[in-house]
Design a binder for this molecule. Sequence first.
Ligand code: GAR
Length: 203
Amino acid sequence: MQNRKARIAVLVSGGGTNLQALLDAEKSGIIKSGEIVLVISSNPNAYALERAAHASVDAVTVSKKAFGGQEQFEESIRRKLTEYQIDFIVLAGFMSILSADFTSRYPKRILNVHPSLIPSFCGQGFYGLNVHIAALEKGVKVTGATVHYVNEIPDGGEIILQKAVSVREKDTPESLQKRVMRLAEWKILPAAVEKVCAAFLEN
Ligand code: GAR
């Protein structure tokens, strides 16, 4: 039986439903090769912080404003990651872009969940509800979610898992967002985390 688990930090900015999916997956044993030991929020009012507290997971806020700029902001994140001996960083609705300097320090150690089938509706400006507005404007019949590694190109890193979701004629951006979360994001994010943590422990 293995005792060692990969140590995971989840970076959030808002509601944290993907964080919740990860916490639930750890509890139910879907994630068995990793443990969430730290939550970092870029927003002091993020509901995700309450989810972390409820699960008794340590949580900190690092706000760009308070730190006076990108460099200090990233440095404070890095300090926390080192302090908690983090193996994997999961961006779960984290709305700040991380610099190439930051991402290059953690090759294949940062995962992100994006609410479309990359390479559609991704990159600069495509985040949150905007992604679903763009998908409906384009009239695509299928959309979905992607979990990928993070590198210096926004949404450009290697794809780990994807799941398709059908668009309905009466969909609004909000209804589509909810369905993509429920049917795709909340399933493939825990699955991808388990996949990379299990592979990490084998090496
Ligand atoms: C999710 O839909 C996530 O995929 C998206 O923001 C939402 C966060 O919700 N992320 C991006 O658009 C990143 N480019 P949550 O806080 O409830 O997990």
